[in-house]
Design a protein around this ligand. Sequence first.
Ligand SMILES: [Zn+2]
Length: 456
Amino acid sequence: MMRNLRILVCLLLLGPFLNAQIFEVDTLLLNGDVNKYINIVFMGDGYTEEELDSFSEDAQKFVNTLFLESPFQEYKNYFNAFAIRVPSLQSGVDHPGDATDVAEPVFPVSDVATKFESTFDYLGIHRLLVTDNSFMVYTVLAENFPMYDQPLVIVNSSHYGGAGGAIPTVSNNENSAELFIHELGHSFASLKDEYYAGDIYTEESVNMTKETDSEDVRWKKWLGVGGVGIHQHCCGGNSTDWYRPHNNCKMRFLESPFCSICKEAIIEKIHSLVSPLDSSTPEPSFVINEEPIVYKLNLIKPEPNTLKTVWTLNGEHIAYNVDSLQIDTSMLFDGRNNLSVFIEDTTMLLRKDNHHLLHFASKKWKIEKVESFYNEIEMYPNPAGDFLNLKTTIDKAKNIAVNIYDVAGKKLKSLADFIGLDDIIKIDLSGINNEVIIVEVVVDGVPYHTEQVMRP
Ligand SMILES: [Zn+2]
């Protein structure tokens, strides 16, 4: 019974993958690891197999336009962009309100067989273009690019139209790239329209408020800077109750830049998704500094670079705004030392009070300064299989303990009280599966010797 149940569960889990549809994925922009960077993923709707090259070109055009727009321009290095080449059976898109449009006579106007069933005239609004089958969008994403951060659908139609929401959708009309960036403002950074879109779209948010007091308004730090004020909405419905930060923002007019408030919101979103510290070397946070070692950061830099770094060794600031730092043994105490670096984005595009508390990156290393007389401890073999031998000439009257850590400094095993043992201590490593371990020898409670041991 149990077994049957298990098979059923397996089939249920496998079901969706048995029919997985795998499509080619074009890389449009690649700055780094898809698991770390922000992935914008395009899918086309209404492009047939033969039209997929033109879909990839359309997606590339959108990417090129996006990264000419501040603040995406400054933070381009934080993004990747991909295009999943999903074909539709038929070319074009549903356009029920356009049945008499002779400009597109080749397409049956309201029943085009497209992958995501996109349609114009959503809610009866001519230019409102949405993907009707979002389940299929998420299925294609899950099966082809599950690491997506921001999906986007480009619809194969030269008519102007689009929509925001979780899956921004725009046509490939010549003005769509601007519309795409506006919709991305909604989807990516939760921005509201700065024109009055209607009472149902009103909400206290980053760039919309009812607050008129200059001491309390959410964008008070920007008041008077570059046209930022408390500007009343107009017209219709309850529009006069609501205020926007700027009169000329991309969330209002397509050809305009984003206002300072919207730029700040987009940068904060980028910071919430990606650490400016991509990686660092040495990778382990436990380092034996027997000779000069260069500690190096691989930073994701905005352009221009507004990242600032502060390096601290044993509580003292020793360097600023450098990506790498050499530590000589003369800079270290005997035994354990602490090196850390703090990285913050000091861009003028942010005026957040608590930014340095929310969005920063840091890296810490524990450094062991090893003197030559520690050679009286020898570990072998290295790489070590199930057993590691520790040969020592340390005085038998002393209490020897051994700690095993992973490279992040997490303790995996502790062995104490080796008093009176033979010269060779045999350490059982079975059950420890890490490729690299750090073995620390503690003598009479004092860290004495640390060594990196590889595993086969
Ligand atoms: Zn704005």
